[in-house]
Every structure is written in C-alpha cells, then in structure tokens.
Unconditional design. Sequence first.
Length: 276
Amino acid sequence: MIINYIKLIYKKLIERKISWILLEMISKLTFGSIELRADIVVEKKRRELSKKISTKFKYKVQHGPFKNMILSKKQYWGVGDNGKKIFGLYEKEIQDLIVEIQEKKQCKTLIDIGGADGFYAVGSVVNNLFKECIVFETSKKGRESISNNAKLNNVQNKISIEGIATENALLELSNEMNQSLILCDIEGEEFELFSNKLLKKLYPANIIIEIHKRSKKEEQDLENRISKLFTVKKIIQNPKSLNIYDEVKNFNDNNRSLLLSEGRSYVQEWWHAIPK
C-alpha cells in the first residue's frame, strides 16, 4: 500500500501537479482534519447526507421495486449511495429495466455477476421479483457483506453466493439460461469475460452489462461479439429529481443534488443484450 502511494506521488510530480501534492500533504499532516481538495470535500459531504437519510429511515428502502429492503449499516461498496438507494433512485434505469424484463419474461433466476454488497442480489428476491439469485463476487469481504445483507432481510435461503465468475463457472449454469436474467458489473472485466464461446452458452438470456471506459476498439470488439446473437440496446444514465418526495422538500438545492449523485467520474452507460 505504501509503495502504491509513493508511486502516486511520483506520478503527480511527473505531471507537475504541485498544488495536488501540497493539498495532500496538508491533509496527511493534519490527519484529515483539514481537507482542501474539492472532490474529497464533496464526497465526504455526500456520504454524510447519505448517512443522515439512512438513519432517518432506519436503512429501509422507501420506494422502487426493492421497497422495504433493509440496507446494512456496514457497507463494503458505495457507502455514499445508500441515500439514493432508499429513494429507489440508484441506477433507476437498471431497476426499471429489470422490472420491465420480468413483466415480459417472468424469469426464475437473477444471475448477478459482481454483487458488491448484494443490493441487486437481495433486492431481487426480497419482494419475490425473482424466485432466487445466484450472485458472484470476487472479494471475500463482498461475499460476507452479501451474506449479512441476505440474513438481515431473511432471504438467505433464496441466494447462492459464489466467488469469481469465471467462464467455466458460468458455463456450468448454461442449462438455466431460458429462465434467467444476467446482470453484470465487474469494473471493466466484461471485455475479457464475454467471449464468443460464453455468449453462445448464455443465449437466450437477457444480459445487462455495466460498461466501463476502455478504448473505442475494445468497446467495438465487445459489441461485435455480442451482436452475433443479441441486439445491443445502449442505456445512458439520466438526470434524476427528488422534487416529488416530501421527505426532502426542506433540503436545499445543493444537498438534494448531492443525494442524487452516484459519485461517478463519467456519464454511465449500460448495454442491454436482447436475444435475437
């Protein structure tokens, strides 16, 4: 960890980002009590607001398809997103799409590749949107968090928690594709995972993939592979509003905007692979 930190400082020196280094030194020397970098100050405020909303509603989702799901106080991933999850607005494009697909297909199983804390894994079964979920999560802490969240919502018998979603692990599930919806968010590994061989075995399931920034060539190559058997529909992250919720009408504009933020570094894109 120290070596990586030294590499980061060296990189900033090469880039001549002296102001960043000075602000970093002030933060470290004051043990974080003085923080002058705007992005970190904003993220800290976002987390504080999220915690305030979570505490007010006792960590229970108030709106959306995962309504009444209880969020854990100890999150492994995306602590600042809890406030948005409580209002049912976190990745609302995907929550709505899952509901839309289920209304048509009535799939038995959600296969969640990259489960993080289990928001989708637990949420998908808490109101019987799916009968079961098979969730893959690389991190041991993540798997423990999913297990704890499942127990918190009394759905542990409906969720199977697995490790790394290798090609072979997914190929073993190929007989279930007629009754499955696949959701994938694996921080860029989607470009390596979805080979021609795997895509053939996943057909005819609907697949939703969160796309992470890569070169245009890599994105085009992935789209070409998927397009052999699926129609690719691209979904762009849309602006949200809290104005319809009485619970936050007394919040000022800045706080409402921060609550709606997912802390992303770019406008998110998802691909919905629809079997031809």
